[in-house]
Design a protein around this ligand. Structure first.
Ligand SMILES: [Zn+2]
Length: 282
């Protein structure tokens, strides 16, 4: 079966996971190779089996080169301890939504490690979703979407992955099942601190507001720190510099200078935040 046909089958079997981002009504049917709502708003699958649910806008700061570097770095296992920490808590089977999935590496690794069920990865970046579908088609259903436009159905998901991506708690709580959970990863103060020092000579990074907000919304939240050091090669250091938003404030000349003298190790330090029950906090 072609990719587009396989995606059409997924949509048929899982239509309730989605809703029309224009009128917020349920999709009625999968006709041809797209979905259509009661008000006749239609969204077609692309040739590669991805669904475009974005109404307008649709690019973030991640271009193709950055996404490729992020994939290359992820392939080395750079993020695996973080994902392993998630695996310690997440149900092994369920309906999973990866918010801001980028090029799909995280969902791919989690699938390899046995996470099964219906998985949707979405990102506002079309380039990211094209990469995800090209490399990891079998791991999830990939779509271009923006949570702010409510393209997913209410109370459908057992787990939301929110890894280094912005949150939209109102939507999280709307689409989660009553006993569903959010798994959020945010950098801790010394995440990539050696690189931050090289770039800005400044050690400060503060996630307190983000953590505080999460715990206000989910008072029973679990908070775990994941910390490790990664040995770098010239290549992995270059990929790291190319993929991280940290360098967005630096000049090209600064970046070139840094790449010429690669760091030997880098600290990874993040908070894993897992929501408690949400039904009383809606
Ligand atoms: Zn509609």
């Amino acid at each position: 079966m072609k990719k587009i046909e396989r995606s059409a089958v997924f949509l048929k079997e899982n239509l309730a996971l989605f809703q029309c981002p224009v009128c917020k009504e349920a999709f009625q049917d999968v006709s041809g190779q797209g979905v259509v709502c009661a008000n006749n708003h239609r969204f077609d699958l692309g040739k590669k089996g991805t669904l475009h649910l974005l109404l307008k806008g649709g690019q973030n700061e991640y271009d193709k080169a950055m996404l490729s570097s992020r994939k290359a770095l992820a392939d080395t296992g750079f993020f695996h301890p973080i994902l392993d920490a998630i695996l310690n808590h997440i149900p092994k089977e369920g309906t999973i939504l990866d918010v801001g999935c980028g090029e799909g590496s995280h969902l791919h690794y989690l699938t390899e490690k046995g996470l099964s069920g219906e998985k949707i990865g979405f990102d506002i970046s079309k380039d990211a979703i094209q990469l995800a579908a090209a490399h990891f088609f079998d791991d999830a259903f990939w779509c271009v979407a923006d949570l702010a436009q409510s393209p997913f159905g209410a109370e459908q998901f057992d787990a939301i992955l929110n890894i280094f991506s912005p949150s939209h708690y109102q939507e999280f709580n709307r689409v989660l099942k009553p006993d569903g959970r959010v798994y959020k990863v945010v950098p801790d103060a010394d995440y990539l601190i050696e690189l931050r020092e090289l770039l800005y000579g400044d050690r400060s990074y503060n996630n307190q507001d983000v953590v505080k907000r999460f715990k206000e919304i989910y008072p029973e939240a679990l908070h775990e720190h994941v910390r490790y050091e990664v040995e770098l090669t010239e290549s992995t250091f270059r990929w790291l510099v190319e993929m991280t938003p940290l360098t967005w404030g630096a000049t090209d000349a600064d970046i070139e200078k840094i790449i010429k003298k690669p760091l030997k190790t880098i600290s990874v330090a993040v908070s894993l935040l897992i929501s408690g029950p949400i039904k009383v906090y809606k």
